[in-house]
Design a protein around this ligand. Structure first.
Ligand SMILES: O=C(O)CCC(=O)C(=O)O
Ligand SMILES: [Fe+2]
Ligand SMILES: [Mn+2]
Length: 221
């Protein structure tokens, strides 16, 4: 699947590397699976990393259950941010979410060790709405999307440090997403070695579920 490498294209200057199983899926998900390389300046990346590091370091990496989606990770749900980080998160909100979308608060921070990876899954539709937006820090990785009904339909996103990815609509609901483990971490022919990766993930609330309304979701999806 991943090795068939038929298409690799950077759709427009400033847009990220996306590969797909064919031109139809690439064009259909053009606005639904988006990568913005260099979304963060080096200084912004450093701001986030320095703020997150002490909180993450207090936790242990989890390997746990055979059926868990994420392996070799530690995570936190963070609601208190420095002013500099809040400004970054506001840029994410403006870039990825519509004015009518309420964000799930707190923000999910995930730290994958170099051997850590995320198995294919679809985020819970009960607790998370139509849009997922993630910043990547430290290490590049490959995110693969596979159609849940048509496994021959897939897309791969190259997530470089400082990039922002956005999954919305069909890319979020009809495709699973995963982060490839180091041994499988290729973008076409190109080897993408996996180091430690930190992601900062913002999600919208399911439609009709405002903060403070009954049935408020748990912090994590
Ligand atoms: O690390 C990421 O960017 C994605 C994490 C993820 O898929 C999840 O927590 O559901
Ligand atoms: Fe997810
Ligand atoms: Mn999750």
């Amino acid at each position: 699947m991943a090795g068939s490498g038929r298409l690799a294209l950077r759709t427009l200057p400033g847009l990220g590397w996306v590969r797909g199983s064919g031109p139809a899926v690439l064009s259909r998900l053009r606005d639904a699976a988006v990568v913005r390389p260099g979304f963060l300046s080096a200084a912004e990346e450093e701001t986030l990393r320095r703020e997150l590091e002490p909180e993450l370091r207090r936790r242990r990496y989890e390997y746990d259950h055979w059926d868990a989606a994420i392996h070799g990770f530690r995570e936190t749900e963070k609601s208190r941010w420095s002013e500099a980080s809040r400004a970054i998160l506001q840029r994410v909100q403006a870039a990825a979410f519509g004015p009518g979308q309420t964000l799930l608060s707190p923000v999910h921070v995930l730290d994958l060790e170099p051997q850590g990876y995320i198995k294919p899954h679809v985020d819970s539709i009960k607790f998370c709405g139509a849009t997922i937006a993630g910043l990547s820090l430290l290490s590049s990785s490959v995110m693969r999307l596979v159609h849940t009904q048509e496994p021959g339909e897939w897309l791969e996103l190259l997530l470089e440090p400082g990039s922002l990815y956005i999954l919305r609509g069909s890319a979020r609901y009809d495709f699973s997403h995963e982060i490839l483990r180091d041994e499988e971490s290729f973008f076409g022919e190109r080897r993408i070695p996996r180091g430690r990766r930190i992601s900062v993930i913002c999600r919208s609330l399911p439609e009709g579920m405002g903060p403070g309304e009954p049935g408020q979701p748990p912090a994590a999806c």
